[in-house]
Design a protein. Structure first.
Length: 137
């Protein structure tokens, strides 16, 4: 039981930095994001339309950033390599963020949404949340 509590505390500390990623990417340019993550491997990939996708690799997760025509990040996605602790991360969001609707939280001046695609789950960071968008997920 003590080992589990220690692991949960480690996950909480780690995930607190995860939920702050929105602040470090949203409304930031590529250059600003590079400055915010100087020790991480960053890859630029061709995206949809003329926009590019920036991927920031961490030890056990990948943060992807989408940019608008003004070279500003308008949305980000956090993909975890291991979903074993997903329920704990949801509880942390419930405790540290304002719940908007199920699996959507407001933190600081942006939203965090837990989304799924097939059997995979990921967190999305965005500046605006529209509940109608949630109906299509």
């Amino acid at each position: 039981m003590r080992i589990l509590k220690k692991k949960i505390a480690e996950l909480e500390n780690d995930f607190i930095s995860f939920i702050q990623y929105g602040r470090l990417i949203l409304n930031c340019t590529r250059a600003e994001i590079r400055k915010n993550f100087p020790k991480n491997r960053i890859t630029i990939l061709p995206g949809l339309d003329s926009n590019e996708l920036m991927e920031i690799r961490f030890e056990d997760r990948t943060l992807s950033c989408l940019f608008n025509n003004n070279n500003t990040c308008y949305s980000g996605f956090l993909f975890l390599d291991n979903l074993e602790f997903l329920d704990i991360y949801k509880k942390i969001c419930n405790n540290l963020c304002r719940i908007v609707v199920s699996d959507v939280w407001r933190y600081d001046n942006y939203y965090i949404e837990l989304r799924s695609h097939k059997a995979d789950f990921y967190f999305a960071f965005c500046l605006q949340y529209n509940s109608y968008d949630n109906l299509s997920h």
